[in-house]
Design a protein around this ligand. Sequence first.
Ligand code: SAM
Length: 219
Amino acid sequence: MDKFTDSFRHQGLRKKLVKLLREKGIKDEKVLAAIESFPRHIFFDEAFLEHAYQDKAFPIGEGQTISQPYTVAVQTSLLNIKKGDKVLEIGTGSGYQACILYLMGAKVYSIEYNKNLFNKTRMLINSLNYDIKLFYGDGSKGLPGFAPYDKIVVTAATPGTPSVLLEQLNVNGILVAPVGNEHVQAMKQYIKQADGSYSEKDFGQYKFVPLLGAHGWRN
Ligand code: SAM
């Protein structure tokens, strides 16, 4: 049995995880269906398979983490994904959130700043044959060459209003980002209005690894 095998045991553990996410308040059925269908354990070394379906973040090397399933579910729900949405993810990390977005029918662009992680994740996503466009570079600047996007999600702690990213959104587009200091961030949902202004709402406190780069904390 290799790590790509999706056993009944894995499927059972995912059902339990989805039940827990419902109890914690996740309501978007498309998000829950994607989490239930996708084998998160492929991102874990075999020695750590037990951790794959616990609702917690986990180290993936290079000092980085695969986000907690609840956090992925909250961010993805706030994006209100529709089939065909063009989505930019800043911080590919393991690739888990990119896969969830892809399975929900989004056209996914994802950018990662850590070269080793980028290479590792690219190999894994290639082996899944998912059409996710992966980029290596400083995502704090967005990915202007492919803008505008219907949705943008930042999966690292953002120092202030991400104006550069908001500029790369379509009208009525949604940006979700954890904004705050390096210790605690508010999950913000911005919606771009027709006149170019933005509405802004807060959805609880989180702790993410810092966004690096030109518009992040440091290089
Ligand atoms: N979305 C990921 C997943 O599903 O596994 C989790 C991402 S992890 C919490 C944050 C990621 O942001 C790290 O992989 C980190 O290297 C990356 N990162 C930090 N600053 C970045 C930047 N300026 N551009 C792109 N990625 C960045």
